[in-house]
Design a protein around this ligand. Sequence first.
Ligand SMILES: Cc1cc2nc3c(=O)[nH]c(=O)nc-3n(C[C@H](O)[C@H](O)[C@H](O)COP(=O)(O)OP(=O)(O)OC[C@H]3O[C@@H](n4cnc5c(N)ncnc54)[C@H](O)[C@@H]3O)c2cc1C
Length: 411
Amino acid sequence: MPTLIIEKNEKPGDSWRNRYKSLHLHDPVWYDHLPYLKFPEDWPVFAAKDKIGDWLEHYTRIMELNYWSSTECTNARYDEDAQEWIVQVIRDGEPVTLRPKQLVFALGVSGYPNVPTFDGAESFLGEQYHSSKHPGGGDWTGKKAVVIGSNNSAHDICADLWEHGADVTMVQRSSTHIARSESLMDLALGDLYSEKALANGVTTEKADLLFASLPYRILPEAQIPVYQKMAQRDAGFYSQLEAAGFELDFGVDGSGLFLKYLRRGSGYYIDVGASQLIIDGRVKLANGQVSKITGNAVVMDNGTELEADVIIYATGYGSMNGWLADLVSPEVADRVGKCWGFGSETPKDPGPWEGELRNMWKPTNVENLWIHGGNLHQSRHYSNYLALQLKARMEGLPTPVYELQASNHTR
Ligand SMILES: Cc1cc2nc3c(=O)[nH]c(=O)nc-3n(C[C@H](O)[C@H](O)[C@H](O)COP(=O)(O)OP(=O)(O)OC[C@H]3O[C@@H](n4cnc5c(N)ncnc54)[C@H](O)[C@@H]3O)c2cc1C
């Protein structure tokens, strides 16, 4: 299947390298393998982001992928007459037009930054940026940092700033699910992705199939007992966090982390140490809504002023069809509709029930336009199905679609 990959960064893996210095994969190695070429057996359980960046770079070469780096897609539109896409890219500064039959947007489930607009933000005299731009490291001694948000990136960044001398406050607007990494590995992933699972004959491929075989309708039922066990095992830890003022949840129905990820792609932290900083008061906590930003502070709705030299918006990522509005058109973005979530009628995943992740790895309402994304496990597994659908079309095999999904939500 002739395929060309377009990447705006200079080198494969830069999307990992460019993130904050302290970033390590949040999921254990057994969960993270790439297709066809597994990590070596002595690979760390939680690889550092540059190691992953290097692996991706070598992967493109070893797998002989047609990969154009330093190439940015600036526009794409469908040519109805020719039945192909016209994709404008800038490659090493030069414009190039591509005409693929099929176009896959794989711009990352955590790619489209969500930055709230607070009154007065433009008057802030310090630095302010989205979590995806946090460089990490540096000397923050004597500086005050306010991190808005209380999920994974917020925790990682608070810990990083604290380690580098900053006086850090995390702003928590709503409750967050916290799963201690050891407990998650043991209770939630252990039977499928672990040394123990491998010893029991559950290879990565078998684990992927087992995982995918559970329909989303019944997945919560299977997950709730896991998180009940976690709540029991880590009861002391959770009560310490609550005593520190941290608002906790396990998902609206108690189904925990993976369901939150599938329904809304946010709302949790896999604890690798930042929770202890909150328990100890080394990272301070402010609960509630931000009401405005002044020249030197974040002002909360209860009137508390949090002085700041830097404000970091760890406010998550938008729906992947946001990219389509920028690169194709807002009409096409709306026709495709919201990506991710499946209509569980839980926060950030409105109904009606759709049963599968919206628009992921399957035909969308726009001809020959596909969306790929997710974590490494999902990318490894579902890219097979996406590739087969494309290959079948290329070979001219009949590809009847049982029923195209309705586009119930625009973003
Ligand atoms: C802090 C953090 C920690 C994570 N930890 C884990 C983990 O432990 N395990 C896990 O499985 N997943 C993890 N993830 C999820 C992770 O994003 C994915 O696993 C993985 O990066 C997905 O790869 P991707 O190629 O789909 O998206 P990305 O890595 O986001 O790649 C999208 C690419 O599109 C490029 N791009 C954007 N616009 C254009 C354009 N116009 N033209 C050309 N190129 C463009 C970007 O430069 C980028 O390289 C984490 C994510 C974050 C943010």
